[in-house]
Write a protein that binds this ligand. Sequence first.
Ligand SMILES: NC(=O)c1ccc[n+]([C@@H]2O[C@H](COP(=O)([O-])OP(=O)(O)OC[C@H]3O[C@@H](n4cnc5c(N)ncnc54)[C@H](O)[C@@H]3O)[C@@H](O)[C@H]2O)c1
Length: 460
Amino acid sequence: MTLKELLSPVKALKTLSFATESLILTWKEIASLFGLNQDIYTNPLHKPLAKPVTAILIGAGHRGNIYADYAFIRPDEVKMVGIADPNAVRNGRFARKHDLPAENRFYNWEDVFKREKFADAVIIATPDNLHFEPCIKALEMGYDVLLEKPAAPTEEQCRIILETAKRTGRIVSVCHVLRYSPYFRQLKQILEAKTIGEIISVQHLEPIEYVHMTHSYVRGNWRNSKTTSPIILAKSCHDTDILRWLINEPAQHVQCFGGLSWFKAANAPEGSTERCIDGCAVEGECPFSALQIYYRDKKRLYVFDLPDDTRKWNKIILRNLKKTNYGKCVYRMDNDQPDHLTVNMQFDKNITASFSMEAFTSYEGRCTRIMGTKGDIVGNMETYTVTDFKTGRETSWSLKTDYHGGGDHRLMQDWVQAVGHQNAQILSSTIDVSVESHLMAFAAEKSRLNKTIEPVILGV
Ligand SMILES: NC(=O)c1ccc[n+]([C@@H]2O[C@H](COP(=O)([O-])OP(=O)(O)OC[C@H]3O[C@@H](n4cnc5c(N)ncnc54)[C@H](O)[C@@H]3O)[C@@H](O)[C@H]2O)c1
């Protein structure tokens, strides 16, 4: 190698990579090494907007506020002009934050649509079972929509949303935020460039983590599939979307096994009580104790709408543990969501994928292995390693050394640009593609319940 070659960044990287077992590089360096675009986010279709898009938030909870906060980062792109939420604390906080007039504050989504259209778009971040009706109403009234996932809890409703979006010509963007994470963005580019050749198969794991599981799917709002949506949709439509996106072929068939094994009455320990604060004899040793999670560890407290003054927190937390589902014993809920399931999928070109969703893990963060004809990728959202079969060269990336977070706001930016320019192609995922990933989830649930192999039938 000449001195000039040695000084060339790419050549130098290649040399270094051969010399070491696995070198951790930044995305810029990896892109340079594999001849990829260094910029994973710039969308050439993004252009300055003549005026900010105006939007109404329906559901000012955890997710709704995250999206609406984008208005503070890019006031030239979006302005929040209305709010609907029955929770007076959230409604008031949001109205103050965004300086909303009284006439633009509503306590139910339905009232927004009793007024003449007064904004360009609505953001729907209500509970799962309150997505469909406001979405259809908004589309019929000419609003564009940012719709939290899942689009709707039933297959029929998802198909109606797709049909209504097409008929009205309006934009609907479903919040597939994982697509905007630097990790999945980079994997997508690496796969598109065929750096590991043709994809043969994928293994994908979604470790929910036991506290998250009990918080959301045993005690919380998503605990019962009949009142919200099946967990394969509620939690894992992100994963069916990511698999479809990375593999870039439609799924043909799915098969699913799994169920609720642990969080049920039969497993309640002797001496346990209705609530963890009722003098439960095993509270001290129970990993799912509400006292431990909320009171001692102060985890996932956003559900309690706590005031800024932290001195008041303990009293309010205890009051909530006495009154709300978050204080109840995990073995005494009306939950029915599976705590483990595994799905086999067959895509076009005979590409196969296996997906597992697991409640009983101490960690979160999806883990993915992608097997290609020239190499493979092993990743866990914080790091990934690409290995080339021929050379044995391993190239790794780590979030810790190359952080570019902010997926939620990047999604918001795409949506605002799509609405502002009335161009759905700006979106990473159009409504057709989003509905496809939901259909994969519905087919998996059907398979789980009926012990069948189910086709994924696309189309309106
Ligand atoms: N994209 C993601 O990664 C992601 C992550 C978590 C949750 N979600 C989804 O986002 C949605 C919201 O979840 P969240 O965690 O923000 O829940 P949340 O409970 O914090 O917020 C929901 C809000 O909707 C309000 N609401 C209830 N009924 C209403 C009505 N009739 N009219 C108007 N508002 C009403 C509630 O008062 C609440 O403030 C859910 O569908 C959830 O599945 C998506």
